[in-house]
Design a protein around this ligand. Sequence first.
Ligand SMILES: *[C@@H]1O[C@H](CO)[C@@H](O)[C@H](O)[C@H]1NC(C)=O
Ligand SMILES: *[C@@H]1O[C@H](CO)[C@@H](O)[C@H](O)[C@H]1NC(C)=O
Ligand SMILES: *[C@@H]1O[C@H](CO)[C@@H](O)[C@H](O)[C@H]1NC(C)=O
Ligand SMILES: *[C@@H]1O[C@H](CO)[C@@H](O)[C@H](O)[C@H]1NC(C)=O
Length: 361
Amino acid sequence: MNASVPAWRRLTCFLFICLLVIILVFVLNFELNNKIQENVFYKTLSKKIRKIGIVIVLDENAQTKYKQYSENMKCYAKQHKYTFIILNPKSYSNCSLIKNFFFQKHCAVLNYMKSMINIQWFAVLDGDIFAFNNSKLIEDFIPNNANIHLIFYERFYTGEIMAGAYLIENHPWSHRFLYKWSQFYFQLPQIGYHNHDNGALHMIFLEMIEKPDGILKKCHLKYLRSSNEQNYYRYLRCFRCAIGGQRLFEHIQVLRRGHGFARDFHIPFINDFLLHGYKDELNQYFYNPTKCTTNWLTNIKESSLISNIEIAKNMTKAKDESAMRKYSISLGIPDVTDCWPNCEQNITGNKLVKYLAALCN
Ligand SMILES: *[C@@H]1O[C@H](CO)[C@@H](O)[C@H](O)[C@H]1NC(C)=O
Ligand SMILES: *[C@@H]1O[C@H](CO)[C@@H](O)[C@H](O)[C@H]1NC(C)=O
Ligand SMILES: *[C@@H]1O[C@H](CO)[C@@H](O)[C@H](O)[C@H]1NC(C)=O
Ligand SMILES: *[C@@H]1O[C@H](CO)[C@@H](O)[C@H](O)[C@H]1NC(C)=O
């Protein structure tokens, strides 16, 4: 019987069975993968499908002044399919009562966020920040902890929480944060050195992490006495004592000095991502600052870069020591000298004891 079946029919039959097996394996595998992704890797998966936007707030003059920087960030955004926008705070009528650019900025960001419900996270960046290494991703700085809605970093020199660059989730909690922050304009004290939104940020921060009233009052008093820069550091000192070694809060993460998604240094290190450029000309770092290339290395001026991490460590240590000489009032101790670039999330142990002793007396 078999012999009478032509060879081509046997072959067809064989191929058909092969196809069925392949389909079966594929379907099973897909189901299994789905299950694994849903259960075990759900967070990693959701991290990948997050939509991210980059927001830069500049008025008309600043848009011209920082053109090089915004071209750089626009190119970076394009490469990673992030939404990119330059917001003019004047374009929102319900921010117009806020007569200070910095507070108006957070008001504009709030309005924009609310209008972009399909975007889950935003990087809100000062106009003089640029992408030094455009292979790095914003999502790598967003923790998998779904309770975290806001990420700041500490300024290297003073330990101040940097107001000009934050990652923020499009979430009601963040909206409340931005609303309070922008409305702080109306309770801005008449003092010599309030440092605009950056001074206000530390009061809002203490309130949003629900520090007891006594602590809020104590730091507010220091804030009201901020007649000059030196007294402003006393206010920061109060804040830094109040948060202690903690850098991860219920809804906020603060990246420690030198560990942020951006860094306040003139000289780029090999592990840098965004640099706060201090309004430098970008051709100090790139052969062609406005060229949008995926080949990052070919455009970078190697001579501007510290590519040996051991040298970068030594330089960071030296900067930490010089920061201590100038800003010990708010810094307390050189807390990253011994551990940069891999310091712990919080300040703990013996270092915390020293930190508290230096800041809380
Ligand atoms: C401005 O108006 C928009 C739309 O009505 C609203 O969502 C937003 O919260 C308002 N912003 C402020 C700061 O009041
Ligand atoms: C740029 O960042 C990527 C991703 O983190 C990293 O692999 C690469 O080494 C960095 N490039 C340089 C030259 O620093
Ligand atoms: C870093 O500093 C240490 C201590 O001063 C020194 O021994 C070491 O050679 C320096 N490393 C580099 C790469 O400069
Ligand atoms: C940092 O402190 C927070 C709050 O105390 C804690 O939840 C978190 O686990 C700490 N982080 C690490 C890495 O220990």
